[in-house]
Design a protein around this ligand. Structure first.
Ligand code: FPP
Length: 249
């Protein structure tokens, strides 16, 4: 694929760990294709993807990243076969139960972006517990996007803002970008500096539409279950080689 430049070897990749991006966001894509290539059911791809998530999240904490946001389940993913949806939910449950068991040791702060109301009461409670236990942890914050869609998030924010205007809590003539951000699921979290999409797809797929306004992008044809620390290094090194201008010169 012409879009992808020749991959630098590990020896060529130079990461400056003292100037990491503050916030990395990842679209964990390619699980289905990874499984298909091996003659396995798609659900096996998601299970392998969940392991990769665990490895990458642990590593992000180790290197001192402040925020990691992952796209685990979109508002559109409900269209998938019921078996696949419940397999993904099952993997989330497994991960959250393990995370709760290890929270005192790992001290990773967990948040969830998305409307959790359609989830099973059990999964919702696990999300709430994880969020509650880790509320005061400092260091790496992992945000899991669950039943999340960028447009859905913007519509909810617009409705909530309109409601606040009607109730006299907000002034319709004065709305700043920062104020609007406070109506989003990502309230209080800085925008992602780097958005990574594996699997060769070159689109945002309704992910962090508002927040990605000035993000740098890193696309790779590696499928998510094969994504490694080395690939993360490539993404960070690519980010560090860019000149971010935020609309200036
Ligand atoms: C996209 O790949 C992946 C998903 C829709 C699900 C992601 C879920 C996990 C990695 C597991 C659970 C997550 C956590 C945080 C424990 P795809 O299925 O669209 O792949 P394809 O494009 O190759 O079909």
């Amino acid at each position: 694929m012409a879009f992808f430049q020749k991959k630098p070897t590990q020896a060529e990749v130079q990461v400056d760990f003292s100037h990491l991006p503050r916030h990395i966001a990842i679209i964990m894509d390619g699980n289905g294709r990874w499984a298909k290539k091996r003659g396995l059911p798609r659900t096996a791809g998601h299970a392998a993807g969940a392991e990769t998530f665990r490895t990458i999240a642990t590593y992000c904490k180790e290197i001192g990243l402040d925020y990691l946001t992952v796209y685990a389940f979109s508002t559109e993913n409900w269209k998938r076969p019921e078996e696949e949806v419940s397999a993904i939910m099952g993997l989330l449950k497994k991960y959250l139960l393990e995370a709760i068991g290890q929270m005192e040791r790992d001290r990773v702060k967990m948040e969830f972006f998305g409307d959790l109301s359609p989830l099973t009461p059990e999964l919702r409670q696990l999300c709430e517990r994880t969020r509650e236990i880790s509320r005061h942890y400092e260091g790496c914050q992992v945000n899991i996007c669950l039943n999340y869609g960028g447009r859905d998030e913007l519509l909810r924010a617009a409705r909530a803002y309109a409601q606040d205007c009607l109730e006299g809590k907000a002034d319709a003539n004065h709305l700043s970008s920062d104020q609007f951000s406070s109506y989003l699921f990502s309230k209080g979290v800085p925008d992602p500096d780097l958005v990574i999409r594996p699997s060769g797809e070159l689109r945002l797929s309704n992910f962090l539409l508002w927040q990605s306004a000035y993000a740098e992008f890193y696309f790779t044809d590696v499928l998510w279950p094969d994504f490694s620390k080395e690939e993360l290094h490539r993404a960070i090194a690519a980010y560090q080689s860019r000149n971010r201008r935020f609309g200036g010169i």
